[in-house]
Structure formats: C-alpha cells, structure tokens
Design a protein around this ligand. Structure first.
Ligand code: NAD
Length: 493
C-alpha cells in the first residue's frame, strides 16, 4: 500500500449554481463518502422552486442571445478556456470524483478527468464544423436547411462517471448555443458543482449553465416535467428513463434522449488471436470502475474447446483485483458508490447462487472495518440464460460465464436480451468477425478489444439501452432543431 493521497485543504463545493451565482438552499441533503461511509458534505437541496428559478434564468439567457448569438470563434474560445481551467484543476477534480464515488484515484486521474477535458476541447473544435445544406437547384427558389439550438436542455446524469457523463451532454449542448440545466446524481454532486463554478470563471455568461443538485424525485422530476425545458438528456436506469418519457408526455412533449445501460456480452471464440488479451478484457471489462459501467461486459460467452483454460485464467486475473482504499494510488478497484448500491449488488449475488450459478470467485462484502462499501470481484459459471444474472443489469462487479459450441448459438445468446448497448467478439476469422458485427444487435461492437472508447465515435444503445447518441459530431444534432428556409426569387424563371 502506498501513502494515501492527501485531502487536507480540499474544498468541497456544496451550493447550487443559479443565474451565475452560488446558491445555498434552506434544506440540504447528505453526501456520503463510499470509501469510509462518513458524511462528506451537506449539499444544497434544489426542489421545484429552485428549478423554476434556474430554468427562468436559462430561458432568459437563451432568448436574449448572450451565448447563442456569440460568434463561433467566441464560443470556441470559451469552451477551450473551460477545458483549460479543468486541466489546471485536474487534481482537485480527480480528488472530488474519487471521494464522491469511491472510484480509485488512479482512474479519476487517468480516465474520468482527462476524458471530460478532451470532450470539452472536442466540442469546442467541432462547433463550427456542422454545416447546413442547400437544396437541389430550383430556378425560382433558394432553399437551405440549418441547425438551430433547441433552447433549454436538462442534463440528468448518473453517479458512475459524474464529470465525464456531464461533459458528454453539457459540451455539445453548449456548443450548439443552448442553455443547460445540469442535475447531478445525489450520490455524486461535487464535480458538477465545481464544473458550474469553472464555467463562470471561463467566461460562460450567467444563466447559461445552471447546476441544480437534488433528489431524483425532487429536482430531477421538476426539471423533466418543466414546461419551459425543451429537452432532457439522460443517462441512468431504465425505470427512470420510462418516467422521463411519461413526464414529457404529461407536460410539453419535450424531447428525451436516453442512455440506459445494458447486459453486454463478450464472445470468445476458440481461434481468438490473443487469449491473454481476451482474458484481461474479460476481467477488466466487468471489474473496471467496480462494475459500475453501463457497457460492463457482464456476460462472458466462451467456446467450449477453450473454456477450461480460458475461464481459469480469467479467475486468476480477477483474484489479483483486490479492493483497496480509493485514495491509495496503487488501488485499481475501489468502493461501490453507496450502501444502497452495495446491498442491491449483494442481493443479485445471493439470487444468482439460488438460480443454479456456480460461484467461482468472490461474492462477499470486504473491507468492512473501513466503514466503506466494498464488494470483491465475483464470477459465476454455468449461468442459464434465463437466470436473473444473465438478464438484469447488476451494475456491480459480477461476471456470469456461459459456454457455447457454434457461432450461431453464441450470437443468439448474445442477442437474447432486452438491451443492446455493447458487444465484443474475439476471433482471428475475418469473415466471422464481419458476421458478428452485422448480426449483433448493439450500438457498439468491439472486435478483438473491449471498450475502445473514443470521442470521435457515437455512443449509445439499441432497444432498451436507449436512443440518441453521445460523443461524436452526431451528438451536436441531438441538441438542435433543423429549420428549412426557402426564398422565392421573383423575376427568375
Ligand atoms: P437512476 O436512474 O435512478 O439515477 C440517474 C439520475 O436520474 C440521477 O441524477 C437521479 O437523481 C435521477 N432521477 C432519479 N429519479 C428521477 C425522477 N423520478 N425524475 C427525474 N430524475 C430522476 O439510477 P441510480 O438509482 O443512480 O442507479 C440505479 C441503476 O441505474 C443502476 O443499478 C444501474 O442499473 C443504472 N444506472 C445506469 C447508468 C448508465 O450509465 N447507463 C448509470 C447509473 C445507473
């Protein structure tokens, strides 16, 4: 164990950010640190009243054009300035993320914060690359189509990658000229509030980015039911996704985009070109970020000829993944985000054993003496594909192994889910790889690698994994309306 990263002197931001100012509310909610179960901070509890005020400021900012009507060059400069400020505060942001979520400081430093910064730079650069189009030639008319910002965007984000997921929504929405209302998850509000502060420092005008911490049923629902919000961009659970569509229908038919997670399969064929890389990917594909990843490779499908040696190697790698203090720079596997999430995952583990899965590794809460919420990497073999473990998103460090004989059988099992976020295939057979890419019903297909995450490629799911894409230039279109304009040219024949 290395020396823990020092946190003395770290300021924990606790306020809402409304109309360019920090705002404390009469009531607050407790933000508990998962590494030791102790209270981190009391955070402003926004409800319908604060959401109303923040939406009004976002609407005013949008209508008076203080951000929307700035030149592309100006907007670009401001978003780059925000990214640069985030970079200057990278260590502080990483510490806040680590304390709030229980993820290892090495991941917060090496993954979350750099990817959030990259996202801000990417959309700063992209914002003047989205061209409109001119209609086919007509001698008496000139027609063109242009993207226009939607107005006020509500970004409701989860706790697994709080800053990174926030930037996936905030950056393209701002790049298109919208005002944004950011509602962080109640488990992880710290980096969202700090982002709101840094955006003001970077020169984003008042009211263009408001941050409203609060509960899902409170601030989240108020935002999603608000008649002056034009769109909700959401990442989280399917059950809340359903509610958001209902709220939209019962209010102003605001647009909704949903990123809802999955039950992603990783298929390893016997001719896999690099079994060691595949075994590492099988383990880290589900144990990275304590399994709290929407693309977690929670189903491992292995061809029978290699299953004994391959599964043994995955178990060996997983045995070396030991839960540690998130503030220890050597820790690669930290705490679950909350006691509730830990209990939910332990409940799934108990059910899996009851449904005939054979426990190969783990299954227990660990580091109990710390007061924190830790579960060890857990692997079940012989998981029937109608078992809960094969069907429900667990959002924890739990892997289920299934054995197959023929490719068609593997594809059928892989697609036998209501989800469709990610899928992986390991094979040296080019034809088989192409077939897999075609038949697997998922928004992301990775061949001979896992989680080849890149800002330039769209991210999102098929089926009940949601709709609408984050990342890439496609995300810009999500935050825009398309207007067709036609001028009739008098005197032209
Ligand atoms: P959740 O869907 O309840 O919360 C996500 C966000 O939605 C939070 O900001 C929350 O405050 C907000 N929210 C909750 N209820 C709301 C409501 N009625 N109206 C508006 N907003 C509301 O997710 P969770 O409880 O944090 O986690 C539960 C499960 O969700 C996890 O076990 C996992 O399966 C899934 N999840 C998926 C992702 C993902 O990346 N797809 C991320 C986090 C959680």
């Amino acid at each position: 164990m290395a020396d823990l990263v020092a946190i003395e002197g770290l300021r924990l931001p606790t306020t809402a950010i409304i109309d360019g100012s920090p705002r404390m509310t009469a009531e607050s909610f407790d933000d508990v640190g998962p590494r030791d179960g102790r209270l981190l901070a009391r955070i402003a509890l926004c409800g319908p009243r604060e959401v109303d005020q923040a939406v009004a400021s976002a609407r005013t900012a949008f209508e008076d054009g203080r951000w929307r009507d700035r030149t592309a060059k100006d907007k670009k400069r401001t978003l780059h300035a925000l990214a640069d400020l985030m970079n200057r505060h990278a260590e502080e942001l990483a510490l806040l993320e680590c304390l709030d979520t229980g993820k290892p400081i090495s991941d917060a430093r090496g993954v979350d914060v750099p990817l959030a910064i990259e996202t801000a730079h990417y959309y700063a650069e992209a914002l003047d690359k989205l061209y409109g189009e001119v209609g086919p030639h007509h001698p008496g008319r000139l027609s063109w189509a242009v993207h226009e910002p939607l107005g006020v965007i509500g970004a409701i984000v989860p706790w697994n990658f709080p800053l990174h997921m926030a930037m996936w929504k905030v950056a393209p929405a701002l790049a298109m000229g919208n005002s944004v209302m950011l509602k962080p998850a109640e488990q992880s509000p710290l980096t969202a509030i700090r982002l709101g502060e840094l955006a003001l420092e970077a020169g984003l005008p008042d009211g263009v980015l408001n941050v409203v911490p609060g509960l899902g049923e409170g601030a989240g629902q108020a935002l999603a039911r608000h008649r002056d919000v034009d769109m909700i961009a959401f990442t989280g659970s399917g059950s809340v996704g359903r509610l958001l569509m209902r709220y939209s229908g019962e209010s102003n038919l605001k647009r909704v985009s949903l990123e809802l997670g999955g039950k992603s399969p990783q298929i390893v064929f016997a001719d896999c070109p690099d079994l060691e890389a595949a075994a590492q990917a099988a383990a880290w594909g589900v144990f990275f970020n304590q399994g709290e990843v929407c693309t977690a490779a929670s189903r491992l499908l292995v061809q029978r000829d290699i299953r004994e040696t391959f599964v043994a190697r995955v178990v060996e790698i997983a045995r070396g993944i030991v839960a540690g203090d998130p503030l220890d720079p050597d820790t690669r596997f930290g705490a679950m985000v909350s006691e509730g999430q830990m209990e939910a995952v332990l409940g799934h583990i108990g059910r899996a054993a009851g449904e005939g899965g054979e426990l190969l590794l783990g299954g227990e809460r660990v580091r109990r003496e710390s007061g924190g919420f830790y579960i060890e990497p857990t692997i079940f073999d012989h998981v029937a594909h109608d078992a809960t473990l094969a069907r429900e998103e667990i959002f924890g460090p739990v892997l289920g192994v299934v054995t197959f004989d023929q490719p068609e059988e593997a594809f059928r099992i892989a697609n036998d889910t209501v989800y469709g976020l990610a899928a992986g295939v390991w094979t040296a057979d080019l034809e088989l790889a192409h077939r897999a890419a075609r038949v697997l019903r998922a928004g992301l297909v990775w061949i001979n690698g896992w989680d080849s995450c890149d800002i330039t490629m769209p991210f999102g799911g098929f089926r009940q994994s949601g709709f609408g894409r984050d990342r890439s230039l496609h995300a810009l279109e999500k935050y825009a309306d398309l207007k067709a304009v036609t001028i009739t040219l008098r005197g032209t024949r």
